[in-house]
Design a protein around this ligand. Structure first.
Ligand code: NAD
Ligand code: UDP
Length: 324
C-alpha cells in the first residue's frame, strides 16, 4: 500500500473537516475536500489552498459524486442543533442520501470509508455512561429527529453495505467536540458561551443548566479518527470517541467566565425539546482498540478556543470600525 493516499473529506470546510484535511495533508496525503458551504467557510480552508496536494470541490453530497480516491471520510452534515433544524428535510437527506452516495462511491472505487456518527444516536440516554452496545432512546418525530434518525439510518446503511457488499467501513460515534474554527454563530454551547463572555453579553443557559455533556478538544478527536481509519479491515466500529470528563452546562459557564475574566451574568432560557439530560461516553473500546484517550484537559482546550474567538472578534470589530 503506498504511504501517500488520495483521500476524500466530505464536509471538509467545516469545523472538524478542516482540521482533518490539515492533518491528512501533514501526513503527506492528497486531499480532495468536498463541501457545499452550508455551515463550512472558505476561511477554514484558506491556509490549505496553497498546497498543491489539496483540492476543493463545491458539491452537495445529496447528489452523486464521481471521483477516484483510496479513502473517504464522510463528515458532511450540519452538527449544531440550530443549523440542522433550519432545514430538517435537507438534514435527513444529507445524512441518508449523502451516505448512500458516498457508500456507492466507496463500492465502485473499493475505498475504505469512515462515517462521522454521533452520540445523538443514543438520544436522551437511559444508560449512563453510554457504551456502544446501548441502542438508544430517540424520539423519531421530535425536532432533533432529522439529525438523530438521519445519523442512525446512515449507520444502518454503513453496516448493510459492509455485510452485503463487503465494504471496509469505520464508524465513530463522536461526542461533543469543540475548538478553534467553530463558526462564530455556530450555536453550540462552547462557542455560544465564549462569544457571549467575550462580548460581555449574558450567558444563555437553557433550562437550569443541570444537564451534562462531556467535551473533547478537536486535536484529540482528530487523532482518534485517524487511528480508527488505520485499524485492520475487520474493525468496523461503532466506536465512541469523546471525553469521559462530564460537566454540567452551568459548570461550563462558570469556567468560561473565569477563563475570559468576563463580567457576563447568567440568564436562563427555556430548555429546547428533547434536549438530552446527561451524556458521557464509555471509551473502554477506544482505549483498547486505538490505544487512545483524550489528552487535553477542558481548561487548556477552552483557553485555546477563547484565544481563537478573541482573534476572530478583533478582526470583526476592526472591520466594523473601519466601515463606521
Ligand atoms: P460543521 O457544521 O462545522 O461541519 C459540517 C460541514 O458539512 C460544513 O462544512 C457544511 O458546509 C458541510 N455540509 C453540510 N451539508 C452538506 C451537504 N449536503 N453537502 C456537502 N457538504 C455539506 O460541523 P462539525 O462539528 O465539523 O461536524 C462534522 C461532522 O461530525 C458532522 O457529520 C457531525 O454530525 C459530526 N459530529 C460532530 C460533533 C461535534 O461535536 N463537533 C459531534 C458528533 C458528530
Ligand atoms: N446550551 C445552553 N446554552 C446555549 C447553547 C446550548 O445552555 O447557548 C445547552 C443545550 O441546551 C444542551 C447543551 O448546552 O443542553 C449542549 O448543547 P449543544 O447545542 O452544544 O450540543 P448538543 O445538545 O447537541 O449536545
Amino acid at each position: 500500500m503506498p504511504s501517500s493516499r488520495r483521500i476524500l473529506v466530505t464536509g471538509g470546510a467545516g469545523f472538524l473537516g478542516s482540521h482533518l484535511c490539515e492533518r491528512l495533508l501533514r501526513q503527506g496525503n492528497e486531499v480532495l475536500c468536498v463541501d457545499n458551504f452550508f455551515t463550512g467557510t472558505k476561511a477554514n480552508i484558506a491556509p490549505l489552498m496553497a498546497d498543491p496536494r489539496f483540492e476543493f470541490m463545491r458539491h452537495d453530497v445529496t447528489f452523486p459524486l464521481y471521483v477516484e480516491v483510496d479513502d473517504i471520510y464522510n463528515l458532511a452534515c450540519p452538527a449544531s442543533p440550530i443549523h440542522y433544524q433550519f432545514d430538517p428535510v435537507q438534514t435527513t437527506k444529507t445524512s441518508v442520501h449523502g451516505a448512500i452516495n458516498m457508500l456507492g462511491l466507496a463500492k465502485r472505487v473499493k475505498a475504505r470509508i469512515f462515517q462521522a456518527s454521533t452520540s445523538e444516536v443514543y438520544g436522551d440516554p437511559t444508560v449512563h455512561p453510554q457504551t456502544e452496545a446501548y441502542t438508544g432512546n430517540v424520539n423519531p418525530i421530535g425536532l432533533r429527529a432529522c439529525y438523530d434518525e438521519g445519523k442512525r439510518c446512515a449507520e444502518t446503511l454503513f453496516f448493510d453495505y459492509h455485510r452485503q457488499h463487503r465494504l471496509r467501513i469505520k464508524v465513530a460515534r463522536i461526542f461533543n467536540t469543540y475548538g478553534p474554527r467553530m463558526h462564530l454563530n455556530d450555536g453550540r454551547v462552547v462557542s455560544n458561551f465564549i462569544v457571549q463572555a467575550l462580548k460581555g453579553q449574558p450567558i444563555t443557559i437553557y433550562g437550569k443548566g443541570t444537564q451534562t455533556r462531556s467535551f473533547c478538544y478537536v486535536d484529540d478527536l482528530i487523532e482518534a479518527i485517524v487511528r480508527l481509519m488505520a485499524t485492520r479491515d475487520t474493525l468496523t466500529g461503532p466506536v465512541n470517541i469523546g471525553s469521559p470528563a462530564e460537566f454540567s452546562i452551568r459548570e461550563l459557564a462558570t469556567k468560561i467566565i473565569a477563563l475570559t475574566g468576563s463580567r457576563s451574568k447568567l440568564v436562563f432560557r427555556p430548555l429546547p425539546a428533547d434536549d438530552p439530560t446527561q451524556r458521557k461516553p464509555d471509551i473502554t473500546l477506544a482505549r483498547k482498540l486505538l490505544r487512545w484517550q483524550p489528552k487535553v484537559p477542558l481548561e487548556e482546550g477552552l483557553a485555546k478556543t477563547i484565544a481563537y474567538f478573541e482573534g476572530l472578534l478583533t478582526k470583526v470589530w476592526s472591520r466594523t470600525a473601519t466601515v463606521a
